[in-house]
Design a protein around this ligand. Sequence first.
Ligand code: CO
Length: 295
Amino acid sequence: MTFPVRGFFVLTLLWMWVTPCLAWAGHNKTPSPRPAILLVAFGTTVPEARSALEHFEWQVRQRYPNVAVRWAYTARQVREKIRTQGVMVDSPALALARLSDDGFTHVAVQSLHIIPGEEFHNLMTICSRMEGLPKGLTRITVGAPLLATSADVRRLATTLTSHFGHQGQREAVVFFGHGTSHGGDVFYTALDHTLQQTSPWFTVTTVEGTPSMDETIQSLTALGATQARLVPLMAVAGDHAQNDMGGDDPDSLASRLRSRGIHPVPLLQGLASLPEVNAIWMEHLERAWEALELP
Ligand code: CO
């Protein structure tokens, strides 16, 4: 009677010892990292505008040929609207959760925002909270938006002035940004200042920030401009570019310039369709990729 009981006891002890060892052995097997790239834009409801994002994605795939590349849009309204067009794009949080479920371990996130404003800072918060969750992503790094340092400002100014060099004698080139009440808005003023050092005919204006459209219209009038090329300072030429910048609405920049005798020439092309501009975003992605510290 005693033997089997003792045997059972011994086996139980042995099992108690072995189980944690198996568990540790399992944990010691660090899975080899599976990296991915997540591109994050504000998003757009305009189907043709997405070609600029596709162009950027193509450049990323050329640079990282064997890496999974996915998209997320930060604007909920945009995601909801395009769902009705049959286009599904995840939020950053959902895209990261999906990458984790699909077995990826390291994600370099690249923001296609222009400035470090609210959208970018929200993205940073989401990424930092989702890093290192149990059974989740080991490492998430975030590449800076287009303008994040003084060097970015100088580089973008040089790129824009050489690409959009002004043609007519009295023709201004106006770069049309979104603008925000967030502190990151100062980058628009910094870019405006740097462009003006090259030529007073280059200027920046914004829908919701500084410089305002009123200020820009005033300075163009003072300058004696007769024509203004309007260029979206946005990744895509979406709703804001088509309506607030170049639209026929009396409040649009084009209409307001026309009423002051300045002939508007809107260019509906997002910055992400220009390889020279994408080179700046790409450099920020390269830094995020290096920060993954892949073996
Ligand atoms: Co807006």
